[in-house]
Design a protein around this ligand. Sequence first.
Ligand code: SF4
Length: 196
Amino acid sequence: MSMRLPLVNLLAEVRACRACTDLPLGPRPVLQAAQASRILIVGQAPGARVHATGIPWNDPSGDTLRRWLEVDRSQFYDASCFAIIPMGLCYPGRGRSGDLPPRPECAPRWHPPLLEDLEHIKLTLLIGRFAQERYLGADPGGVSPRVESFQTHLEAGYMPLPHPSPRNRRWLRERPWFEQLVVPELRRQVHAVLDD
Ligand code: SF4
């Protein structure tokens, strides 16, 4: 029979995870969560700078994400507001065109017990393809149609988003509807939960 751990114990167990022995900089799970968290951010995986500091989204991608959400750093790093649990909790290393994908064994191992303990989540932001495939299923169209049809996922509490990485500047430039339509609705949704 499996015992359910209190979140604080579970977080300690997650942070001590050393399951992936071949990570280029070694394991360093980076996440944030509290029993009271109301918005869950599921991103991809820490970059090298996040790995070095141990602070999630502590990089230019995080600056863009905070601008999209219209929250400052103190609110963003308040775990009673935001839980931050990426698809891969450790830096996966670099490939030929940017960082490698999140480790595939990570989310199946840690998301179910973590999400079970987060009972107050009202909105889940799914950032990028990996998070969207896990929580919304595979879509051959990829990220764009999902983000464009974000309204259809809101009822279930999900909001699919592109990755705010500087590498995605072209994607964003070619889709002005994202800043014009999706970002204002994202802010509205986030602040409705935070102000509740
Ligand atoms: S990537 Fe996930 S499964 Fe692998 S060592 Fe880090 S926390 Fe553990």
